[in-house]
Structure formats: C-alpha cells, structure tokens
Write a protein that binds this ligand. Structure first.
Ligand code: G1P
Length: 295
C-alpha cells in the first residue's frame, strides 16, 4: 500500500562516541569536523537535498552544541557583517538555514532501535527516513531518493546495503537477500546484527540509511535487547522482514556509489583526506603534499 509523501527525517545523534575518546569526552562526535563542516551537517544537508522538510534529531546529554550549530548566532553574524566578510557569513548562515530542526532526548543509551523509538510521537503514522551520522554519502548520489521511491512502491521498509570484504562484516548489520526480477532493489529475507565473520549469511552490510514504515515503532516496543544488550534496529527489521501484516516486508537498495565512513579514527581520517583532496581551494596542493609526504 502506498502511503503519503515522505517528509520526515530522523537523525539519531545520541551515541556516546566512545570510539573517538578522548576527543568526545566533552563534545559530541557528530561535531567532529570533516574538512570544515561538522560531520552532522553533511547528513542534515543530505536529508534536505532529498526533499525532507521535517527533521528530528535524537540527542542526549552533552549534545547542546548540535542545537547551537544549527541555530542562528547573531553576535558572530554581526561581527562578520561589520568586517564585510560575506563569504564566512554565508558559511555561518548555511547551517541555520537548513530549516527548523526538532530535538528529542533519548535519556538512556539503550541502542539505535531505542533511539528510533524515541521518534514515534513526532513521526506518527507516516513512513520516514533515518540517517545515521557515521555514514556520509557523497552529495552527488541519489541513494536516499531511490530508497524513498522503493518505499512508496513496496509499502514496506527499505535498507541500504553495500558489499564489504567478508572480514569486515562483523562491524555491520548483515542481510540475506533475494533478487526481484525486473527490479533494481532486492527482497531482504533475513537480517543479523554484527555476525561473526564465519557466521554471516552474506557480505552485504547495512549502512546508515533507512526508509521505514511506521509499523516499526510497534515492533521496536516489543524488541528485546540484542547484541551488546541494546535494542537493535536490525532485530526489529528482521521481525518485519519475516512478518506478514501491514507494513511488513523489508527491501534493500544495493549502493555502489561514494560513501565515507567517519565511525572510527582511521576511517574518519580517510574520509577527511578524501574530501579535502577534492576541494577546489586546496585539493591539488594537499595531493602534492601527500605524495611528497608518503615518499
Ligand atoms: C549501526 C547498526 C548496524 C549498521 C551500522 C551502519 O551500528 O546497528 O546494523 O550496519 O549502524 O553504520 P553502529 O555502527 O551504530 O554500531
């Protein structure tokens, strides 16, 4: 069944950021800069570019700088205006012009599934997108809009998958899929959160973009803590993949485009270097320097 147009994006940003300690002791990991913008800004921009106009961020303790970043900063704006620095003024205003963002606090770190459940009152009975901050999708890609189309077509829920080396699958949710003839999306038969390398049903990894049917909320309410003692979104989606009622059925879009992982220190550094090397202002200079540095 096709429901209304998708307008809502849920952006979980309540994680403790333990993989980045000590940098994240007093600041949220979502604020770590990727070249010159905090990682979270790329994600909000992606949602807005996909036409999502109602943004809800799930935050927690120590996340106030996220709200400040997307708010106006009149003192700073005035100072830049007085200096006649229009370029920097534009950059500062970009973040607050992305649209109103709503915030709700998760309260307790009970997992991604629980974070999504915190959005239920705001989202109500509509399909919605979920964007995780650790994955940056290149702005030239259309992954999210493709996934929204698949949701509208199937009436179920949609996940994004990438092929990974089998040795890496234990860092991700993993999907067992079947191709659908004539379609460029797949049916998801089974999902397992972070399986051991030898036990994974495939090398297809779940990445941080979802378009979900609102029935996920009812399922999450009844999902027991899973891996790591946390309520896992993957486990709720497994229930929905196997279910038959309204809104059940999980589909996958296999993404082959450009994605940058900022989830741990090494992949974050790679993401920063890749994106910096593409900047017109200093990309060429950076690449020349890197070549000389590596020798
Ligand atoms: C979460 C999900 C996992 C998914 C990953 C993508 O894990 O639980 O299924 O593969 O995001 O980034 P996390 O990275 O938050 O541990």
């Amino acid at each position: 069944m096709t429901m209304g147009k998708i307008t809502k994006a849920v952006i979980p940003a309540a994680g403790l950021g333990t993989r980045f300690l000590p940098a994240t002791k007093a600041m949220p990991k979502e604020m770590l800069p990727v070249v010159d913008r905090p990682a979270i800004q790329y994600v909000v921009e992606e949602a807005v570019n996909a036409g999502l106009t109602d943004l809800l961020m799930i935050t927690g303790r120590n996340k106030r700088s996220l709200e400040d970043h997307f708010d106006r900063e009149p003192g700073l704006e005035r100072a830049l205006e007085l200096k006649g620095d229009q370029g920097r003024l534009d950059l500062v205003q970009q973040a607050s012009e992305l649209g109103p963002i709503h915030y709700v606090r998760q309260g307790e770190p009970k997992g991604l599934g629980h974070a999504v459940l915190c959005a239920s009152q705001h989202v109500g009975n509509e399909p919605f997108a979920v964007l995780l901050g650790d994955d940056l999708i290149d702005e030239a890609e259309t992954l999210l809009t493709t996934m929204m189309d698949v949701q509208q077509k199937t009436g179920g829920s949609v996940i994004a998958l990438i092929e990974v080396d089998p040795s890496e699958i234990s860092a991700y949710g993993c999907a067992d899929i079947t191709a659908i003839e004539g379609e460029d999306f797949v049916r998801v038969n089974n999902l397992v959160e972070k399986p051991a390398a030898g036990e994974a049903p495939s090398n297809l990894a779940v990445i941080g973009r979802y378009v979900l049917h609102p029935s996920v909320f009812g399922v999450l309410e009844n999902t027991e803590p899973g891996r790591g003692g946390e309520i896992q979104l993957t486990d709720a989606l497994q229930t929905m993949a196997a279910g038959e009622g309204e809104g059940s059925g999980v589909y996958g879009v296999v993404f082959k485009g450009r994605r940058y992982d900022t989830g741990d220190k090494l992949s974050y550094l790679k993401a920063v270097i890749t994106l910096a090397s593409e900047r017109v202002e200093f990309g060429e200079e950076l690449k020349t320097w890197l070549k000389a540095f590596v020798g």
